[in-house]
Ligand binder design. Structure first.
Ligand code: ITT
Ligand code: NA
Length: 200
């Protein structure tokens, strides 16, 4: 069946197409670039799940097709879970990954190694034009390093070292990131829900 991928974040689009190509051979993904008339969707939720549902409902309504959305972010323990749902606009400019990363590093520059734990969360939402909805979440734990490393991935990947890893998520090959990432986990958990709600 045909499902609209309700995101305009290029890093997410690359990863979601890759993750779902591996995990779901039944679903055809339609990009949001096919629907330029859909404008910015206000993300007013207080949780990742709320925001993912807001985006998927808006796109399912506007297109008349099932929609999947991703809301995700980095939660830093030393910052009481921030930037969290504000990850994409932490520096004040939505989607300025470089500025967001630089501000975060500066904010925790005095935090010692043992207190630099963090996790990424991803909420994956599926919404049908009828309004029926499902959500799945995925988490990856790790720590924030001091000096960015690697050119893969996007966002905060150059400063995120997963627990038990020697490479940042920006240094990992794509398949290695997908195998353990918050996004890989969330969307692999969503696939059986997609198949249940959209048989054939
Ligand atoms: P859409 O709403 O169009 O999907 P967005 O960029 O606004 O795009 P979010 O509100 O979910 O999406 O913001 C996610 C932010 O969290 C993103 O800008 C990154 O800074 C960060 N992030 C999420 N997943 C990440 C990952 O796998 N690696 C690094 N940073 C990530
Ligand atoms: Na968001």
């Amino acid at each position: 069946s045909r499902v609209v991928l309700a995101t305009r974040n290029p890093g997410k689009i690359t990863e979601l197409r890759r993750i779902l190509a591996e995990a779901d051979d039944k679903t055809e993904l339609i990009g949001l670039e096919e629907y330029p008339e859909i404008g910015d969707i206000p993300e007013t939720g207080l949780t990742f799940a709320e925001n993912a549902l807001i985006k998927a409902h808006a796109v399912a309504q506007a297109t008349g097709l099932p929609a999947v959305a991703d809301d995700s972010g980095l939660c830093v323990d030393a910052l009481n879970g921030m930037p969290g749902v504000f990850s994409a606009r932490w520096s004040g400019t939505h989607g300025d990954d470089k500025a967001n990363l630089a501000l975060l590093l500066a904010q925790i520059s005095d935090v010692p190694e043992v207190h630099r734990s963090a996790h990424f969360t991803c909420a994956a939402a599926l919404v049908l034009p009828t309004g029926e909805e499902r959500v799945a979440e995925g988490v990856i734990t790790g720590e924030i390093i001091r000096t960015p490393r690697g050119t893969g991935g996007f966002g905060y990947d150059p400063i995120f070292l997963p627990t038990g890893e020697t490479r940042t998520t920006a240094e990992m090959p794509p398949a290695a990131k997908d195998a353990t990432s918050h996004r890989g986990r969330a969307f692999r958990a969503l696939v059986p829900m997609i198949h249940t709600l959209l048989p054939s």
